[in-house]
Design a protein around this ligand. Structure first.
Ligand code: BES
Ligand code: MN
Ligand code: ZN
Length: 489
C-alpha cells in the first residue's frame, strides 16, 4: 500500500476514483466548472442532498476521472461523523476492483473544524478497512485491489508527517491486530519471542534480548513468575532495543506491554461466558510490537525500547493460591488475593526491570488491565494515568489528532490505601471500588518517584466485541502520532 501526497489540481489529475467531501453542492460544482450542470442534474435526479453519510457516485465522470464519489458531510462534522462516513464508503469501494483512490483533502478541510492532522484522520478508515484476518480460514478472503491512496491538497508541503503516519499505521496497526486476533494456542510467550527475533533479523537497528523463567527465578522476578507458574507455557520477558545512529534522545523511551497470551483467571477462575476474549489479554504487548515495527519501518530518529511481559495465566497444579505472598523484583512483597489480577503482577516486575536496565527518560505501559476500565469508559477512550501533566496532555492531544482517544484518570494517593495488606507490603487487589484506578496505583508503587511515566488501561479499546469481534489496533494511532511529534521536535 502506497500513500502519496499530491498538489490538488483536477485538470491534471488522472485516477480510478476521486472522493470529494460535500456540504454544499455549489462548492463542488465550482471545482468542476465544465461539469457543473451535469453534477447538479445528477444530484437532483438521485435525490442527493449532501446529507451526512450520503454518497453520490458519478461514474465515467471525465476522461481522466473514471469515478467520482461525492460524500455528504455536515458543516462542522465531528471526528466520529467523518470517520464513520468514510468507513462505510471505504468498505464499499474496497469491494470494487479499484487500485487507486484519490481523496480531496481540501474538500474536507473546509468542512471539518479540527483541521490539524486531517490527512491522518481521513486515511485511517481506509487502512482499517483494508485489514482482514483469515489466517485460519480454509477459504481466504479476496485480496483487495487497492494499492495506492493519494491525498490531494493545495498545501502538499505541510503533509510529510501525515504520509509517515499513514505508512507507520498500516505496518504497525496491522501487526498489532494480527497478534491480538491470533488464538492463545498459537500466540503464547515463545511465539512472541520468535516474532521479536524475526523483527530483529529484518531491521538492523533493532536488537533483542530475552529472559526465560530460570533466569527470572535467579534474578528475583517473584511477582511475574507467580503468574506463569500455573501454565505449561514458559513465561518470557522480551526486550527490543531500537537504537539508530541518529537517535536524538540518549535515554530511551520505554514502551512496556502486558502480554498475557491467555487469561483464564488462574485459580480465581473466570466465568465461562466470553472467556475466549481473554486471548486479547496480550493486546498491550501487541501495541508495543506494532509500534516497534512502525518505528523501524519509518526509521524514526529516536531511541526506543519495547519490553514485553509475556506469560499465560492458567490454573495448573503449580498455580499460585489466593493468599500466597511473593517477593517482587523490587523487593516489595505482595499478597495475591486474586490470581485474576495478574496483569499488574507481571507488569510490576517488568517496570522495575525496565527502569534498572534502561533508565528511560520516559516510560509508558499498555495493558488490558481491568474490566473496571471498560465499565468506566467503554470503548470510546483508553484510560490514561500519569502524574506528569505535560506528558498526559501530549498523549491526550495525540489521541484527539488521531481519533484514538484517551481520557485522564486520577492517581490520588488516597486510592493506594485500598492496597494495604495485613500480611505483606501490599495486596494485588483494591476491592470493588475504582478498580481501574487501584490497578494503576498498584503499578505506580513500582515506578521511581521522579520517572516520567504513563499507564494506558486499554481493556475497553483494544478489541471490538460482538458480531464484528476483531482487534482494533488501538492505541497505535495515538502513540504513533505522539512518537512522530517527538521525532519531529
Ligand atoms: N485481563 C483482565 C481484565 C479484562 C477483563 C480486560 C475483561 C478486558 C475485559 C484482568 O487480568 C482481570 O482479570 N482483571 C480483574 C481484576 C480484579 C480481579 C481485581 C477484573 O477486571 O475483573
Ligand atoms: Mn485477569
Ligand atoms: Zn488479564
Amino acid at each position: 500500500m502506497n500513500f502519496e501526497i499530491q498538489r490538488r489540481d483536477f485538470n491534471t489529475l488522472a485516477t480510478d476514483c476521486l472522493i470529494i467531501g460535500v456540504n454544499n453542492l455549489e462548492k463542488v460544482s465550482s471545482s468542476f466548472a465544465d461539469q457543473a450542470d451535469q453534477i447538479q442534474e445528477l444530484a437532483e435526479l438521485s435525490g442527493f442532498e449532501a446529507k451526512p453519510g450520503q454518497v453520490l457516485a458519478l461514474p465515467n465522470f471525465s476522461k481522466n476521472l473514471t469515478r467520482v464519489f461525492l460524500l455528504g458531510v455536515s458543516e462542522n462534522a465531528s471526528q466520529s461523523e467523518l470517520t464513520g462516513s468514510l468507513k462505510s464508503l471505504a468498505k464499499s469501494l474496497l469491494a470494487m476492483p479499484i487500485t487507486q483512490i484519490a481523496i480531496d483533502l481540501d474538500s474536507f478541510a473546509s468542512l471539518y473544524q479540527g483541521k490539524a492532522k486531517l490527512a491522518g484522520l481521513v486515511v485511517q478508515p481506509f487502512i482499517h478497512s483494508l485489514y482482514q484476518y483469515d489466517q485460519f480460514k480454509s477459504k481466504k478472503a479476496e485480496p483487495k485491489a487497492l494499492s495506492e491512496l493519494v491525498l490531494l491538497s493545495s498545501e502538499p508541503d505541510t503533509l510529510s508527517q501525515e504520509q509517515r503516519f499513514a505508512k507507520g499505521l498500516r505496518a504497525g496497526a496491522t501487526l498489532t491486530r494480527d497478534l491480538g486476533n491470533a488464538p492463545g494456542n498459537v500466540c503464547y510467550p515463545q511465539f512472541l519471542l520468535n516474532l521479536a527475533q524475526s523483527l530483529a533479523a529484518e531491521f538492523s537497528d533493532l536488537d533483542i534480548s530475552a529472559l526465560g523463567e530460570s533466569q527470572m527465578q535467579a534474578m528475583g522476578f517473584g511477582s511475574f513468575l507467580s503468574v506463569s507458574k500455573g501454565s505449561e507455557k514458559e513465561g518470557k520477558l522480551i526486550c527490543m532495543n531500537y537504537h539508530p545512529e541518529n537517535a536524538r534522545n540518549k535515554q530511551p523511551i520505554a514502551l512496556v506491554g502486558k502480554g498475557i497470551t491467555f487469561d483464564s483467571g488462574g485459580i480465581s477462575l473466570k466465568p465461562g461466558a466470553r472467556m475466549d476474549e481473554m486471548k486479547y489479554d496480550m493486546c498491550g504487548a501487541a501495541t508495543v510490537f506494532g509500534l516497534m515495527k512502525a518505528i523501524c519501518v519509518l526509521e524514526l530518529p529516536l531511541h526506543v525500547v519495547g519490553v514485553i511481559a509475556a506469560a499465560e495465566n492458567m490454573p495448573g497444579g503449580g498455580a499460585t493460591r489466593p493468599g500466597d505472598i511473593v517477593t517482587s523484583l523490587s523487593g516489595k512483597t505482595i499478597e495475591i488475593l486474586n490470581t485474576d489480577a495478574e496483569g499488574r503482577l507481571v507488569l510490576c516486575d517488568a517496570l522495575t526491570y525496565t527502569q534498572r536496565v534502561y533508565d528511560p527518560e520516559l516510560m509508558i505501559d499498555f495493558a488490558t488491565l481491568t474490566g473496571a476500565c471498560v465499565v468506566a469508559l467503554g470503548d470510546q477512550a483508553s484510560g490514561l494515568y500519569s502524574k506528569d501533566e505535560a506528558l498526559s496532555d501530549a498523549l491526550v492531544t495525540a489521541g484527539e489528532h488521531s481519533y484514538d482517544r484517551a481520557w485522564p484518570m486520577p492517581l490520588f494517593e488516597e486510592y493506594s490505601k485500598q492496597l494495604e495488606s495485613p500480611f505483606a507490603d501490599l495486596q494485588n487487589i483494591g476491592g470493588p471500588k475504582a478498580g481501574s484506578v487501584t490497578a494503576a496505583c498498584f503499578l505506580a508503587e513500582f515506578v521511581d518517584e521522579d520517572r516520567a511515566w504513563a499507564h494506558f488501561d486499554i481493556a475497553g479499546t483494544a478489541w471490538n466485541d460482538g458480531a464484528e469481534k476483531n482487534a482494533s489496533g488501538r492505541p497505535v494511532p495515538l502513540m504513533l502520532r505522539f512518537l512522530l511529534e517527538k521525532a519531529d521536535a
